[in-house]
Design a protein around this ligand. Structure first.
Ligand code: MN
Length: 176
């Protein structure tokens, strides 16, 4: 299978009101969405280190999912596409490690081009095993801004403009 060299891989951040509210940060790597659950969501402040728990990879087409996952199913709750866009590997050059390799090595640096979130981010693995714990940290670049707090000031869907409540009302299965 030939790679589409010109096509930038995507990322998505899904706000997920499940057992507890969190943000699923997913990046396209080799045809799947490598995924982390970030309880506090991404920060634009380089001094914040946001805990990110690595989760199972998801199918690429899940990046556009917004709606209600029924009770009893994995991830039951409401999902909102909080931000999406493309990203690129910040390590450049012919002998630079791929993002897949960087994730394997436990330290990846990528540049995000989203609507709410942009600029360089580091993903740093801090614990392995059953609980793969990482930190998601904004790099100190032109897109860094300690005064912004998009998680609270821009809470709604980047795709449809809806809030979690509106998605719940519109997409909840009807009771008979
Ligand atoms: Mn989730």
């Amino acid at each position: 299978m030939s790679q589409q060299k010109d096509k930038q891989p995507i990322f998505v951040i899904q706000k997920h009101d499940a057992t507890s509210l969190h943000y699923d940060f997913r990046i396209e790597v080799d045809g799947v969405l490598v995924s982390w659950a970030v309880p506090k969501g991404p920060s634009t402040d380089p001094s914040d280190k946001r805990l990110a728990m690595q989760m199972d990879d998801h199918d690429l087409d899940y990046a556009n999912f917004e709606g209600v996952i029924p009770e009893g199913e994995y991830g039951a709750g409401t999902v909102l596409v909080w931000d999406q866009g493309t990203y690129r590997n910040l390590k450049e050059g012919s002998d630079a490690p791929s993002v897949a390799q960087q994730i394997e090595d436990g330290h990846a640096t990528i540049w995000l081009e989203g609507n709410k979130i942009s600029g360089g981010y580091s993903l740093i693995r801090i614990a392995t095993g059953e609980d793969e714990r990482w930190l998601l940290v904004k790099m100190d670049d032109d897109e860094a801004d300690a005064r912004r707090n998009p998680v609270s000031t821009e809470p709604d869907s980047v795709k449809t403009g809806r809030s979690l409540d509106e998605i719940r009302e519109e997409e909840a299965p009807e009771d008979d």
